[in-house]
Design a protein around this ligand. Structure first.
Ligand code: GTP
Ligand code: MG
Length: 165
């Protein structure tokens, strides 16, 4: 299977804005109503992550990808993933904190949230899709085929916006 990533996270977490940044598209995101397949990215509506009735759609779509990005909005005090969500999805996990540029961003809170969602040892990328920060790390991680390569990448980068959970 070609390496491909599915982005999941709350409504308004920044999945589509990040998708555009990852694809190098200079357009504003509009509300996502359905699954959108790009060359190597699958963008999902926030409702899929927020409403358990849609978990089956996430699970089915996960079969078509190699990686899953779990997005946590740095400005949000709400965790919407159920505990251990990534353990039910056997695809390479990448934690992503979005909107790190925002004055109300709380990185520590977001990391604590992601710790309860993403398996231990997974990479976490601190991003700002608007400033293009962290985008290249996600592009690189999605090219990798196992956890140990992702871990080695994080360790070699020595970037304080790229860590292991
Ligand atoms: N400050 C800041 N705002 C962002 C960033 N990324 C997204 N936003 C804003 O967050 C809002 C929601 O972004 P979207 O990309 O549409 O969010 P989404 O997760 O795709 O939302 P749904 O499609 O409804 O699930 C928009 O107003 C974006 O401009 C970022 O990196 N920094
Ligand atoms: Mg969207």
């Amino acid at each position: 299977m070609k390496n491909r990533v599915m982005l999941i996270g709350a409504i308004g977490a920044g999945k589509s804005t990040l998708t555009n940044a990852l694809l190098g598209k200079k357009v504003d995101a509009v509300k996502t109503q359905t699954l959108i397949y790009y060359d190597w990215i699958v963008d999902t509506p926030g409702e899929y992550t927020e409403n358990p009735l849609f978990y089956k759609n996430i699970m089915a779509t996960a079969l078509e990808v190699t990686h899953v990005c779990y997005l946590q909005d740095a400005t949000s005090g709400k965790l919407i993933f159920p505990p251990g969500f990534s353990t039910g999805i056997t695809k390479l996990p990448i934690g992503v904190i979005t909107k790190c540029d925002h004055p109300e961003a709380d990185i520590q809170r977001s990391l604590d949230f992601l710790r309860s969602v993403v398996v231990q040892g997974a990479p976490v990328v601190l991003t700002s899709a608007i400033q293009g920060v962290g985008v290249a790390h996600i592009q690189e991680l999605v090219k990798m085929n196992d956890m140990s390569s992702m871990k080695a990448y994080v360790e070699s980068m020595k970037d304080d916006r790229l860590l292991l959970i």
